[in-house]
Write a protein that binds this ligand. Sequence first.
Ligand code: ADP
Ligand code: MG
Length: 682
Amino acid sequence: MENYIETLNKSIQYIKGVGEKRAKLLEKLSIFNVWDMLYCFPRNFEDRRNIYKINDAPIGTKCCVEGVVLRKLNEKRIKKNISLFALNIEDESGMMFVKWFSNPNYKIDIEYGTHYTFYGKIIEAYGRREMELEVMEKSSDIKNLLKIVPVYPLTRGLTQNVMRSLASECINKITTLKDIFSNEILKEYNLMPLDTAVKTMHNPKNFEILEKARQRLVFEELFVLQMSLLSMKENTKKANTKVISDTSYLDEFIKKLPFTLTDGQKSAIDEIMLDLKDEKAMNRLVQGDVGSGKTAVAAAAMYVAAKNKYQCAFMAPTEILATQHYNTLKNFYGDDIKVALLTGSTKGKKKLYEEIENGLYDIVVGTHAVIEDGVKFKNLILAVTDEQHRFGVNQRARLNQKGITNVLVMSATPIPRTLALILYGDLDISIIASLPKGRQKTDTFCVDSSYKTRAYNFVKKQLDEKRQGYVVCPLVEESETLDVSSGEEIYKTLSTGIFKDYKTALLHGKMKPKEKDEIMKNFKEGNIDLLVSTTVIEVGVDVPNANIMVIENAERFGLSQLHQLRGRVGRGSEKAYCILICDSDNETTKERMNIMTKTNDGFVISKKDLELRGCGQFFGTRQHGLPELKVANLFTDLEILKKAQSLCQKVIKEDPDLSKNKMLKERIKSIFQKLENPDILN
Ligand code: ADP
Ligand code: MG
């Protein structure tokens, strides 16, 4: 027997019955080698274990029936190459026809008066039961028929039977699949051996054992993923960085703030200070619900770094947000710290670049451009990225490649800790669990268009109280030109109609950065009462005096996105309101709206979002840059994830460079080779 790894990596053409043509078809199912075929698990199963009496056979489902063949095979020619065949069968309960289509030349020998077992879909025709036959077998020989049969994903040109026989060929070729787990671990975590699990996934004896096999593979999949992320973390940790020795400046910063920090903010800052003092690089994620005050946390870290004569970069996903952060920092710091703003529209870049390189600025705030272009720093020590969900694993790796060793990321989408561990497994996590004192729940209502006038009259009332408001319009089909018209239309109607006596403005993504800045500035300063906007205000925008938001066509937004949008109001101590306008009858849409009206808790909302949308869409591989999961579902398999995580911690502790776990090391390497940054793991 040859090396099993070699066998697994052999082209699928190595399997009997697969030539070039079939191999091409299999490629469409992403099956290239034996391993792929083994891991191409059935998408479903047919349960052929029970034999029904003819008169009890459930109509509309597939099942087995046993009976005696009464009469000769009946054939009716339909087309040149197709005949409809029918058999009349009988058991104690009754009689029925078994029918199928087939090539007339393909005759089957049937012994009359003999017992056969038939499998197929039961239908009702002329008030009687009939079967659309799929398989039949002599009853003396039915061990092949009475079982749970796999149903594979198909592509045009491949049949179930071909896939079934390919799968069993592959299974037979592999005598033992080597485990990455030792016998002790298998025992401790109650896992079946890998080869049994894979075989069971294709041919389960019953559904209980199938679930056990699936859980075992889920465990392995999540374990390997976790291990990959943890070893990434270990690797970045190993990097040494310059140390910020004097963190006493923190008190100075706190005194400058116009508010008292919350306990959550304090503990996040404390954790960051420890990281900065340590010569191991920092890789930390700060998670906190919208409005929990993440900016102040970042500002504290950068203040201390700057006071120690180092430079920092602060990155935001949009120009609006970068500009806002720039102003916030200047307000916090006064003239104490030199802050520069660097965005696409910044004038006199060349001079600014020089000044940054000469160390004239302590902090550079900007969009991604801050790291991606040729900006050189004199002594950069810390990079902060805001609204992390737009920065994937790969971007973080790029930061590290730039020699920026201390990284602080702020997440806009709070997610449960266990999931954060998967998604950001390479980061340490700080959670700001509380909101600043005095915040009130944003009352949220969902109404249909017929309530629009009433809704906007309510907005008017708020504006009359000297508050400000937002009207959010969806992008139409993501088309930028349509985006403008959707916002423009609504803006026109509102500004010339019900709000004609108020100061209104329109903001959308296609505007020039300067125009956008101007409008945001005016809104912030209270010169605009009502801002009609597309989702450009989604992340981070902070205008505490705004306390009411209307979201048009709310059905177009995902749950987490709605939560982010709503987070633009309720940032001060005033009572805030959010009105969702939605005309959809779709059940999931209704559920989304319902959740929004019920809770303001971002953690609850993201969990629900995950449940409604499924993990694939929620995380989107593109976004986090991780390999796709084949068997695991991060939402429903949370318990297994926890177990896998505990094993990971144990392995990393006992065998940090995986020298005793060679198989595992290989697997992790191959995962990263598929990612954009193969050099992540040295
Ligand atoms: P987010 O976590 O959503 O980024 P921000 O950092 O923008 O939140 O803060 C939201 C608002 O809360 C800002 O106006 C900020 O000045 C204010 N804020 C932050 N921390 C506190 C605090 N401890 N007490 C009162 N207000 C605070
Ligand atoms: Mg923010």
